[in-house]
Design a protein around this ligand. Structure first.
Ligand SMILES: [Zn+2]
Length: 80
């Protein structure tokens, strides 16, 4: 497997039970290629951060929507 092929393989899909030949080859490449191993590790960290960020945004969603509605009502009530 080449580095390009590795990048096309979806290693985030799941666990070993559902892995096809492509994922197995990708895991093998991960063991043999320090470059892709580093990229994969960075991606795992980034993915975790993105997940945490998404959760934070999800929690912020309601107050932001409420603030917008409040702002609209305030603006419409203060117009002549
Ligand atoms: Zn590689």
């Amino acid at each position: 497997m080449t580095c390009e092929e590795f990048q096309m393989a979806d290693l985030d899909g799941g666990l070993t039970a559902e892995e096809g030949p492509l994922q197995q080859a990708a895991r093998q490449h991960l063991l043999e290629c320090p470059h892709c191993a580093a990229l994969h590790e960075n991606w795992q960290v980034l993915r975790t951060d993105l997940h945490a960020l998404a959760q934070k945004l999800g929690k912020l969603k309601r107050p932001l929507a409420w603030n917008c509605a409040f702002g609209r009502n305030f603006a419409s009530n203060t117009r002549p």
